[in-house]
Ligand binder design. Structure first.
Ligand code: FES
Length: 212
């Protein structure tokens, strides 16, 4: 039996390894069409973040709080490839660098005002962000879900559901494949065709295989 302080240390190391595994992955931040010509505020990994799209079409994700007087940057405007604070006009690029200070003589950067940013990429109509070590943000590690890019083969229904509960309960619910069949596919949300049912033979309930 390891001494108590060794147990605590092992628990800490295990937690930090688990956190590192969980954080070093791509997570959905928003649908691409939610970030077009206006910044979007969202709470992700317990931080308020601002997503915005530069003139070159690329998306950035930075902390949604100006370091000067804490104004929400998502209430500002996109200018070129930067996001401008709505209060006193500091501008931040996608790396979170304060690249423009309208109150200085040179209007140059104010690097003391840099703020956190996160790697993002867009694929399958979704903006993905990487909450872990930016050096490990490998775009090729996103699993393929390319059916999302095949509108001619698959109809895409999308939306968001704000759940006031622990996320693990949602994961548990989504992994229960009987749920979508009974509650979603049979709901009025898919009324496009007459529903068809295949009655099970009585033998199905006795453990027999197959349908008639
Ligand atoms: S609060 Fe953002 S520039 Fe002052």
């Amino acid at each position: 039996m390891p001494p108590a302080n060794l147990s605590a240390l092992m628990a800490q190391v295990t937690e930090s390894i688990l956190l590192s595994i969980l954080k070093n992955a791509w997570y959905a931040a928003a649908f691409s069409d939610e970030v077009i010509d206006k910044p979007l505020s969202r709470t992700l990994i317990e931080r308020k973040v601002a997503l915005f799209r530069g003139e070159d079409g690329k998306v950035g994700m930075i902390l949604d709080r100006c370091p000067h007087r804490f104004a929400p940057l998502s209430a500002g405007r996109q200018d070129g490839d930067t996001l401008e604070c709505p209060y006193h006009g500091l501008r931040f690029n996608r790396a979170g660098e304060c690249v423009y200070n309208p109150h200085s003589k040179t209007k140059g950067p104010l690097r003391a005002a840099d703020i956190p940013s996160w790697p993002v990429m867009e694929r399958y109509g979704i903006i993905w962000f990487w909450p872990g070590d930016p050096q490990q943000a490998d775009e090729s590690s996103l699993p393929s879900i390319d059916f999302l890019d095949k509108p001619e083969e698959y109809a895409l229904v999308k939306g968001r559901l704000h759940v006031r509960g622990h996320y693990e309960l949602v994961v548990d619910n989504l992994l229960d494949l009987a749920m979508p069949l009974s509650s979603t596919l049979s709901s009025a949300a898919v009324p496009t065709r007459p529903r068809r049912y295949w009655p099970l033979p009585a033998s199905a309930w006795n453990g027999a295989q197959g349908r008639s």
